[in-house]
Design a protein around this ligand. Structure first.
Ligand SMILES: CC(=O)N[C@H]1[C@@H](OP(=O)(O)OP(=O)(O)OC[C@H]2O[C@@H](n3ccc(=O)[nH]c3=O)[C@H](O)[C@@H]2O)O[C@H](CO)[C@@H](O)[C@@H]1O[C@H](C)C(=O)N[C@@H](C)C(=O)N[C@@H](CCC(=O)O)C(=O)O
Ligand SMILES: Nc1ncnc2c1ncn2[C@@H]1O[C@H](COP(=O)(O)OP(=O)(O)OP(=O)(O)O)[C@@H](O)[C@H]1O
Length: 451
């Protein structure tokens, strides 16, 4: 490939959402970057729903919501001051987009020092009436089987097994194909569908040529994909496994809450549920079953499912878009690996846990700095999908009293901070109320939290 021409983000003054359409089971969303002295660059993202086997036409409101949600991957490349929505939208949809940019791109803006990227001027000339009735949603039945998102990690496994224990037969779904997800689905024994998502291939080239890059609220995109798939298949609720710790921001910057996990948080869940209601749909089409649980409580339930121990992976290095860049197993050195390891260490026998991870991150002095960050002994929580400080501090203190672990390098080194770790652990959040879990799933929720 010829060396990519330099990409100058500042040359682009407008990011346009130019359209969306459904063709043969696929949804295409279209975008463009424009500037007075730059050649416009057009982007298309393709979402392939053909594997759902559903023949119907995607719900127009949810298609529009997908176009709004998925635009962040392309907006972030130049983060122009003006965003133009060039198809008819309601004011609540403009508000949705503004919230997804402001909340979902916080880490991106912080890492690139682009505070203005969080508050672009959004122009929507063709406003629809909020209650436009020309898109009547299909009839929806909460009693239909739920569609459960699978990420390959422990959280969705706890959800799957809780639903099975409650007599439900969830249909599982994933966006794109990843071996840990496929293996999780196989162990679960449940039916599943996959939606394939193809980003515009120009992203890679433009990243190399100088485009801004960073974290995006991918769970918002996966959530709307799930809603479209469930609607096409005539299924019930879309159930995610976003837990309590996703609600805690990493830091505050220029007055913005910067939260790595924003689109896994209750703020996004509430926004999406309200947007569904504004479309005339039940907000119970979407919720997280695990919102009430801190990560330690999820780990406490996950430990009872050893059948998944050799297939689950939470390490993000197993989930690159390019399969050739994916690790087959845990990297053992990133914040997510270190977090999952320490939260499971008091719950799974040491030899088995180090076999699963192929390493013992707690016995590596090189991991001390990251464990200090994870336990709240440093400046702020790492930008990763990890639990809150109290849970890590509690686990470390438990391990200090465990003959199998107390001599591990990190555990022994942090024993000197035991009083401070005790203080941090005392802030551990309790299991909270059912939140948005619908009454139809009350028995599942009650069994999950009461064990
Ligand atoms: C797997 C991963 O961590 N990806 C992040 C990583 O991307 P990387 O360059 O290492 O490889 P790819 O994921 O293959 O992406 C290649 C480039 O494509 C762009 N891109 C990718 C996916 C997408 O949805 N939009 C995109 O624009 C991007 O420019 C990539 O460089 O680093 C990137 C830069 O920081 C991140 O954008 C990639 O993040 C992915 C979207 C991703 O899937 N991340 C999840 C692991 C993730 O962040 N999960 C969070 C969810 C938080 C939430 O609120 O939803 C979590 O587990 O907490
Ligand atoms: N590729 C994907 N397709 C569908 N859903 C996904 C995908 N990746 C993540 N999710 C869902 O998004 C939510 C957040 O993902 P996350 O990675 O935190 O969950 P997980 O993999 O189940 O657990 P863990 O936090 O232990 O990795 C979960 O409900 C998960 O099922």
């Amino acid at each position: 490939m010829s060396s990519p021409r330099a990409f100058a983000p500042e040359a682009f003054t407008v990011f346009a959402l130019t359209g969306y359409d459904a063709v043969d089971g696929r949804i295409e969303t279209h975008y463009a970057l424009e500037g007075p002295d730059a050649e416009p660059i057009a982007f298309t993202e393709v979402f392939d729903f053909t594997e759902t086997g559903a023949a119907g036409v995607p719900n127009p409101s949810l298609m529009r919501l997908l176009a709004l949600s998925a635009c962040v991957s392309y907006y972030k490349m130049a983060a122009p001051s003006t965003v133009e929505i060039r198809f008819p939208v309601a004011q609540f949809e403009v508000d949705y987009l503004a919230a997804v940019i402001r909340g979902g791109l916080g880490e991106f803006a912080y890492e690139n020092d682009l505070p203005d990227a969080l508050v672009p001027t959004i122009v929507a000339d063709r406003l629809r009436a909020d209650d436009a009735a020309d898109e009547r949603p299909r009839d929806w039945d909460i009693a239909a089987p739920p569609l459960v998102a699978v990420g390959g990690g422990k959280d969705s496994i706890v959800t799957i097994e809780a639903l099975k224990a409650g007599g439900f037969a969830p249909v599982l779904f994933s966006v794109n194909q990843y071996q840990p997800i496929d293996d999780t689905i196989a162990v679960s024994g449940m039916a599943s569908v996959r939606v394939r998502r193809r980003l515009d291939p120009k992203i890679g080239e433009l990243n190399s040529a100088g485009a801004y890059n960073g974290h995006i609220p991918v769970t918002a995109i996966n959530s709307v994909v799930g809603l479209l798939a469930a609607d096409l298949m005539g299924l019930g609720s879309v159930i995610f496994s976003n837990e309590q710790s996703a609600d805690i921001e990493n830091l505050v910057w220029h007055g913005f809450d910067i939260n790595h996990q924003w689109s896994k948080s209750i703020v996004y869940e509430t926004l999406l549920r309200a947007t569904l209601a504004a479309y005339g749909m039940s907000s119970d089409r979407y919720f997280s079953l695990l919102r009430a649980l801190p990560e330690s409580e999820i780990a406490e339930r996950f430990k009872d499912h050893p059948e998944y121990f050799d297939v689950f992976i939470s390490c993000n290095r197993s989930f690159a878009l390019d399969p050739t860049r994916r690790r087959a197993r845990w990297c053992g050195e990133c914040a997510k690996c270190l977090f999952v390891f320490v939260i499971l260490a008091p719950r799974i026998e040491k030899a088995r846990l180090t076999e699963i991870f192929a390493v013992d991150p707690l016995d590596r002095p090189a991991n001390l700095a990251l464990y200090r960050e994870l336990a709240g002994l440093a400046k702020h929580k790492p930008f990763e999908c990890v639990g809150d400080y109290a849970e890590v501090a509690e686990a470390l203190v438990d391990l200090m009293d465990d003959d199998a672990w107390c001599d591990d390098e990190v555990v022994a080194e942090l024993a000197g901070q035991r009083p401070r770790l005790h203080e941090i652990a005392a802030d551990k959040a309790p299991i909270v109320g059912a939140g948005n879990v619908p009454a139809h799933y009350a028995k599942v929720f009650d069994a999950l939290v009461s064990r």
